[in-house]
Design a protein around this ligand. Structure first.
Ligand code: ARG
Length: 470
């Protein structure tokens, strides 16, 4: 018998129960459901709907259920349609008649919306911390590799040399925007839907402000219809993860490229590589490939939820139950991807000599030759054409570019010097550019950004910000 069976004559068809039941996947909300129920019970006590004794009995039963859930002793029954009814059923077994008062003034509609926000608050903060941890690894490696450089690419063709630190920091800045987005999503979702009831509030003297505060929400809902039907926070979380997944995918793609014999820019640590069941010599970058592959799944989850939401009339509709599996899966998977990539980058061996050799091809300094001429009064377009002509000559006549530069009256020795190994990258001096001084400054700015993000996450987790001077 379900909790709502009273209205019905016949038992539910087996396929209906099989089709509608969600306890297999919404069980992850159990701890948050109990947290929500504690606040609800205290709210009912405060407004006199429950006596002090009844509140005590219900809170004690919720504590027991909490222990059973935490220790894995809680047994889901065949009648437990979802996490909410399962926990209410167990509270009622433990608290007898008083248990039957737990759901007073509440609906699963405001309950599930509350649980899911509490769950997101915990898990998205954790994901944001894991992004910060990956940023820390990348920045650590960037600091360690000093002035090492590699070719920077556009169109996957060698373009100009850049410091390896600059390249690693480029990914780090993208990740820092992900942290920013996750924090903004967390701030926006910080609203309690509890007290909205099924859709319209209650005739009982509930106090949504009190329960909101008890649950640590910044505010209560403004409109009960919106409160039970709003899943913007799930869509936002899925978007944040999809874009984060895109960034991890691009990071993964570069590891895949760099670890090939063709690039030879890095070797993965054994602990972060995989083998082949047939080819004994293989060492494969499966972690990086899966980081790339998961992005498709995250984008699919986001698209799926938006399609689920788009046609729904107000207010609650059972379609909304479809929010959980994509959300839970995206959070679980992105969390693993972040931890696996952090380990991979902490242990990967960079081949700085190979990187430098690839970057030292004289053609990647071609723009420096043009700019050398610009400094001597030649209009850029003319300088560009002159150097392009030399590059073309060098290729067609198989003469080293340096020789042609040396022989050119406007370039000579000073021009040829620009083509020497390591010179081009040192000339990238503008703010935010790829040269040593600019990157050193960038590293400092990034360290400050990381500090700010750590503080913001601490504040969200309820830690007092450290306001002492750095
Ligand atoms: N399992 C449901 C969900 O995830 C809980 C709410 C059910 N409400 C209802 N009126 N049937 O949305």
């Amino acid at each position: 018998m379900t909790l709502w069976q009273g209205r019905f004559g016949d038992e539910m068809a087996e396929i209906v129960s099989e089709f509608t039941v969600s306890s297999a996947f919404d069980w992850v909300l159990a701890a948050d459901d109990i947290t929500g129920s504690r606040a609800h019970v205290r709210g009912l006590g405060r407004s006199g709907v429950l006596t002090e004794r009844e509140v005590e009995i219900l809170l004690a039963a919720l504590d027991r259920v909490d222990e059973e859930v935490a220790s894995g002793r809680f047994v889901l029954g065949p009648e437990d349609e979802d996490v909410h009814t399962a926990i209410e059923r167990r509270v009622t077994e433990l608290a007898g008649d008083v248990g039957a008062k737990l759901h007073t003034g509440r609906s699963r509609n405001d309950q599930v919306a509350t649980d899911l926000r509490l769950w997101c608050r915990r898990r998205l903060s954790q994901v944001a911390s894991e992004v910060v941890a990956l940023e820390e690894v990348l920045v650590g490696r960037a600091t360690e590799v000093g002035d090492a450089y590699l070719p920077g690419y556009t169109h996957l063709q060698r373009a100009q040399p850049v410091l390896l630190a600059h390249h690693l920091l480029a990914h780090s800045w993208a990740l820092s925007r992900d942290v920013d987005r996750l924090i903004a999503t967390l701030e926006r979702m910080d609203v309690s839907p509890l007290g909205a009831g099924a859709l319209a509030g209650s005739s009982l003297p509930l106090d949504p402000d009190f329960v909101a505060e008890a649950l640590g929400f910044h505010a209560r809902f403004e409109n009960s219809l919106d409160a039970v039907s709003d899943r913007d926070f799930v869509a936002e979380a899925l978007f944040d993860i999809a874009l984060l997944g895109v960034h991890l995918s691009r990071l993964g793609e570069e590891v895949v490229l760099w670890s090939t014999a063709e690039f030879g820019f890095c070797t993965l640590a054994d602990a972060y590589a995989t083998g082949s069941s047939m080819l004994p010599q293989k060492k494969n970058p499966d972690v990086a490939e899966l980081a790339r592959g998961k992005a498709g799944r995250f984008i699919g989850h986001l698209a799926g939820l938006l399609v689920t939401l788009k046609g729904l009339p107000l207010s609650y509709n059972r379609d909304l139950q479809e929010d959980k599996e994509p959300l839970i899966d995206s959070v679980d998977q992105v969390s693993m991807a972040l931890r696996a990539l952090a380990g991979l980058f902490a242990t990967v061996e960079f081949h700085l000599d190979r990187m430098a050799a690839a970057a030292d091809s004289s053609a990647t300094a071609a723009v420096d030759l043009a700019e050398f001429l610009v400094e001597r009064g030649v209009p850029f377009r003319k300088a560009h054409a002159l150097v392009a002509g030399l590059v073309r000559d060098s290729i067609e006549r198989h003469v080293p570019l340096a020789e042609l530069v040396q022989a050119h009256p406007d370039l000579g020795d000073a021009g040829a010097k620009l083509l020497e190994p390591g010179v081009a990258v040192s000339r990238r001096t503008t703010p935010g550019g790829a040269g040593a001084a600019a990157v050193a400054e960038q590293l400092e700015r990034f360290a400050r950004r990381l500090d700010v993000d750590r503080t913001r996450l601490g504040v969200l987790a309820g830690e007092d910000p450290d306001l002492s001077a750095p």
